[in-house]
Design a protein around this ligand. Structure first.
Ligand SMILES: [Zn+2]
Length: 254
């Protein structure tokens, strides 16, 4: 049961047919791991904390740089030089004191990540590099934990969702076999703040839908967002039977 304060705080959720009191309880009982406390993680974490996700774990190992402030909207100018996860936790906890927030202020290896996933219902991949993305993908496939993946570069955004609890789910590796994705990143190519914010917000939307049982519009799909035209393109991602991560010829040694 939700208490009176929770009924009031989340009243605009509870009014929704898609969520209601039961969905709000699902949110309260959920454990979400957000990896990356940058331009995607900022809006995603704010929305999930505001939505009453009961347990949030924030993982990042960076300190705030002045060049982050153009898009990482959870931070303030006076925060420069401080650890992002500490800043993010403080901000989220003041937004919603009722939820539990834990931080991981280090780069996780696969073993650590797999341990973390034992306590996680859902992962938001808000990272900005391919090495982390592949590591998170391998661990989520292995642990059968769903992952909502966001990416943004220049004026373009990407959104994907793989429900690794399902045997026929594709994975990030099926979509981008080694070396086939673009090598640009925000540091060398730039990114427009609201473009990355749009994708981070949609990661939060898909997370809330997943937790409350609303069907996803992006499962096993790649959605490409063009910040110039505001057009979206949708590609269906088929599971690759030869995929070294999720395919039958799984070569990964766990
Ligand atoms: Zn795969």
């Amino acid at each position: 049961m939700l208490n009176d304060a929770e009924m009031l705080r989340y009243s605009r959720h509870i009014l929704l047919d898609e969520i209601g009191e039961l969905g709000q309880k699902d949110l309260k009982n959920s454990h979400v791991l957000i990896i990356g406390a940058g331009g995607l993680g900022s809006p995603a974490a704010l929305y999930l904390a505001a939505a009453g996700v009961g347990s949030l774990v924030i993982a990042d190992f960076d300190t705030l740089d002045v060049s982050n402030l153009q898009r990482q909207i959870i931070y303030q100018t006076g925060d420069i030089g401080s650890d992002k996860v500490v800043l993010m936790k403080n901000r989220l906890q003041s937004l919603n004191p009722e939820i539990r927030i834990r931080t991981i202020n280090q780069e996780m290896d696969e073993e650590q990540l797999l341990l973390e996933l034992m306590m996680t219902n859902l992962v938001l991949d808000c990272t900005d590099n391919l090495e982390s993305r592949r590591l998170i993908n391998r661990a989520c496939v292995k642990a059968k934990v769903p992952a909502i993946i966001g990416a943004a570069i220049q004026m373009q955004g990407q959104l994907m969702f793989f429900d690794h609890r399902e045997d026929d789910s594709a994975c990030y590796q099926c979509l981008f076999p080694d070396g086939e994705e673009q090598q640009l990143n925000c540091t060398n190519a730039g990114v427009l703040g609201p473009v990355v914010g749009t994708i981070g917000s949609l990661q939060a939307l898909e997370a809330i839908k997943y937790i409350t049982g609303v069907p996803s519009g992006v499962k096993n799909k790649l959605k490409l967002f063009d910040g110039k035209t505001l057009d979206w393109q949708t590609f269906t991602i088929g599971k690759d039977p030869e995929c070294p991560v999720c395919g039958q010829k799984n070569e990964c040694s766990y």
